[in-house]
Design a protein around this ligand. Sequence first.
Ligand code: ZN
Length: 246
Amino acid sequence: MRYGIMSDIHSNLEAFNACLERIGQVDAYVSPGDIVGYGASPNECCEIISRLAPTTVVGNHDAAVLGNLDLSWFNPSARAAAVCTSQILSDTARLYLSQLQLDLSKSEWSLVHGSLDDPGSFKYITSPWTAKPTFEAMPVGITVCFIGHTHIAEYYAKQSGIEGVDRISMRNGGKIALRDGFSYIINCGSIGQPRDGNPLAGCGIYDSASGIIEFFRVPYDIAETQRKIRDAGLPASLADRLALGI
Ligand code: ZN
């Protein structure tokens, strides 16, 4: 199976369309959540993603716009975006988001927005230390867990029976071959708001037959996305940061 990986779309329609074009033909799609929040096109992004019918989990921003997360945890611009998104979200989009689970595991991988050991707390995996609980929570027989949340393209690798965890940046894209005897936490980066210093949209493809994961960085019309964010009355900082990838 070839899976298109698309995380943290964040209502960025231009980046989403560019990533779908780069991913091309695949057998199925996987999304570690945060379809909405920050950007100006939540309904359009929900419409596309529901049509693609990916395996998706809920992100903290998806939960926030539905009123299922305390907004006091958000910084002011994220909070403003959540309130704005909630006001313009269609009933169809709201219904789609409300059906998403916190985490799930299929035969070939696990999927969670933050951390697999406690999906509802939306913890960030930012180090080998914070990756360990997710490795320990992966079901027996599963060696790949897709995550999002940090908006940083990278992966963590742990050899069976060995304590240490390696962390490898993929901020400029690239390809890895999964090795027998290892488990992996994979973050293909954010489509809609990259924060790893590379403003290009992040996404990927996992080919489970060959064990190859490709990390893509995709150019898109950042100026158009910025214009729509400003026109929607969202905080200007949400537009500005897109050009910097921070
Ligand atoms: Zn996010």
